[in-house]
Write a protein that binds this ligand. Sequence first.
Ligand code: DX5
Ligand code: ZN
Length: 212
Amino acid sequence: MSKIIISPSILSADFANLERDIKCVEDAGADWLHVDVMDGHFVPNITIGVPVVKSIKKVTNLPLDVHLMIENPEKYIEPFAKAGADILTFHYEAVKDIQLIVDLIKSFGIKAGMSIKPKTSPDEILKYLGILDLLLVMTVEPGFGGQSFMEDCAEKIPVIKRHAPENLIIQVDGGINAQTAKICTDYGANSLVAGNYIYKSDNIKSAILSLR
Ligand code: DX5
Ligand code: ZN
């Protein structure tokens, strides 16, 4: 069985103690660190930007899994890549020329991910699976942490899996806990993002273990 990549979302961390909260998931066995970038246009919330990613890079060895919930993501690929992103995931719904943005991301020697919102059908994106390193299936409407998992979104995973090359990382994000993680990994996901479930638990290490 291949390893499940666990990517805690720092959206649920204490931003006044970000270094402490990053170290604590790193020590607890996280594989990546999920960084949610929101612009107040693509989603109705504003979070963090390039300078914060640059600072985070200095205090962790975890790969930075940067989820861009922004309009015109092509404008920000270079700054985020230079700030230290290791995986850059843009939204399918925000981009006209998918090949162009994927090529741009890969030109910085980092992984290219694409995310789909709950209402986007997997059929629309199957043709892009071969050029991506990661496909992120949102299991909530993007914008906020702490929402409830939508199981019908997870049902897209087997469709994607059937058409995906062997090495495509299939990630899920939104409402992930020990129970919903199992649903997603049974469907074929091999990377899990979790914010509230990890950061609001009493024991971060066992929370991460329970997702595997
Ligand atoms: C939502 C973000 C998620 C969020 C997940 O738009 O993309 O990464 O932080 O938080 P939980 O795990 O609490 O649903
Ligand atoms: Zn996210």
